[in-house]
Write a protein that binds this ligand. Structure first.
Ligand code: RB5
Length: 152
């Protein structure tokens, strides 16, 4: 790895429904030079997605990673779990456009996939876009994202 490549830590977690896709995306991230904090699961054995969404949210709250990837069968349960934590803006994405908008408009810090709904090529494309796209800071998007931190 050359000195200008990233060593940022990306946290990643899944349940059994996301286990296979997690392995693919973890390898891609490592190939790109990221450090990967893998919070499980570690097999195809049936587990409960909230445990893994909470583990990733906890790791991010502790400052172990600034960005994360979560995967369950549909992506729905694990994104709901993560979004119960005020520091997390987890976006369930299905294509390049939703991946891009999750960053530009929502400043998402966690990207979520359905391991049973999104194939590895699409997920890889979405993850690259998520990692490379900047938040459109200032104006309406900042105002709206700020409101997410202060629910009424
Ligand atoms: C597990 O069977 C499945 O319910 C879970 O991976 C996820 O899709 C829940 O939202």
């Amino acid at each position: 790895m050359s000195s200008d490549e990233t060593t940022e830590t990306i946290a990643i977690a899944s349940d059994h429904g996301g286990f296979a896709l997690k392995a693919e995306l973890k390898k891609d991230l490592m190939d790109k030079g990221y450090t990967v904090l893998d919070l499980g699961s570690d097999s195809l054995e049936s587990v409960d997605y909230p445990d893994f969404g909470y583990a990733l949210a906890g790791a991010m709250k502790e400052g172990k990673a600034k960005r994360g990837v979560l995967i369950c069968g549909s992506g729905i349960g694990i994104s709901i779990a993560a979004n119960r934590h005020s520091e997390i803006r987890a976006a369930l994405v299905h294509d390049a456009l939703t991946a891009k908008l999750s960053r530009q408009h929502n400043d998402a810090n966690v990207i979520c996939f359905g391991g049973r709904t999104t194939g590895p090529e699409v997920a890889r494309d979405c993850l690259n876009i998520f990692l490379e796209t900047k938040f459109e800071e200032g104006g309406r998007h900042t105002r709206r994202v700020d409101k997410l931190s202060d629910p009424q």
